[in-house]
Write a new protein. Structure first.
Length: 275
């Protein structure tokens, strides 16, 4: 992989004139080899190491190069027609992935064994872990990293990021549940074993606050094994007092505690929300 990484870096440095580095067929082969690694899950754009998100910039560069060298093509699937530069994934049955009609994922995204895609969308560079449910009308943006056994509920929006290459994507930890219509964007993070109520907005500028103490736990990061809901905090302006969005951690679960649906709904109903 180190040789491939070096070739991608070289192409990126000469992206305005790829022919000065290597012939076009060879450049396409190199770029496609990198995208295939993402597609098979043998490489990923980002990963968490010692609680820090490490971005593998060369894989993002490969994605951007793919867009640069690709041309628009028409694809027909039954009654549907698409015009795009990037083809869709194939061989779901072989990969052990269930895809309901209306669900789609681009080549260069990875969807793990046992995952389910309802009518939803997974963009290039994204990594969806095994046994994860991407529910109806949920979207997983470019390069987002979704863990194993995650449930992205209906209408959830996971933001994507391609440029700049060093920018960190959204990361969702294993065994987490993200409530309906929540929006997680701009490199925000949800830890392992978290439960988010419906309609949560999270980005690096939104504070995450402990409901018991009022302490600000982070900006844009929900800690492991937290139950969190959407909330507001007051702020006074010359024109009056207004509520700004925040995320409120209302319960800390024990590490490894199972998500019993009825109990979680009971906890969330105490605070007037659902998943």
């Amino acid at each position: 992989m180190s040789e491939l990484e070096q070739q991608i870096h070289e192409l990126w440095e000469h992206r305005d004139d790829l022919a000065s580095v290597m012939p076009e067929p060879e450049a396409r082969r190199v770029i496609s080899a990198a995208i295939d690694l993402l597609d098979r899950g043998e490489a990923r754009v980002a990963e968490v190491v010692d609680d820090q998100v490490v971005v593998h910039e060369w894989l993002k560069q490969a994605i951007l190069l793919l867009f640069a060298i690709s041309k628009m093509e028409t694809t027909e699937l039954g009654p549907f027609e698409y015009a795009d530069k990037i083809p869709l994934k194939h061989h779901y049955e072989e990969a052990g992935v269930r895809v309901v009609p209306g669900g789609s994922a681009r080549w260069g995204s990875y969807v793990g064994r046992g995952a389910i895609l309802m009518p939803s969308y997974v963009n290039i560079g994204a990594h969806v872990g095994p046994e994860t449910m991407v529910d109806t009308w949920a979207t997983v943006g470019s390069c987002a990293q979704i863990g194993a056994r995650v449930h992205l509920s209906g209408g959830v929006g996971i933001g994507g990021v391609l440029e700049p290459p060093q920018a960190a994507p959204v990361v969702i930890g294993d065994d987490s549940l993200v409530g309906s219509r929540s929006m997680i964007t701009q490199g925000a993070r949800i830890g392992t074993g978290c439960v988010l109520g419906e309609g949560v907005l999270l980005n690096p500028g939104i504070p995450v606050i402990d409901a018991e103490t009022g302490a600000e736990l982070s900006r844009g990061v929900v800690p492991d094994w937290s139950v969190a809901i959407s909330a507001t905090r007051p702020r006074r302006y010359p024109g009056g007092e207004f509520g700004l969005p925040c995320v409120l951690v209302v319960r800390h679960l024990s590490a490894g505690e199972r998500h019993e649906k009825s109990r979680l709904n009971e906890i969330l109903r105490e605070h007037g929300v659902a998943t």
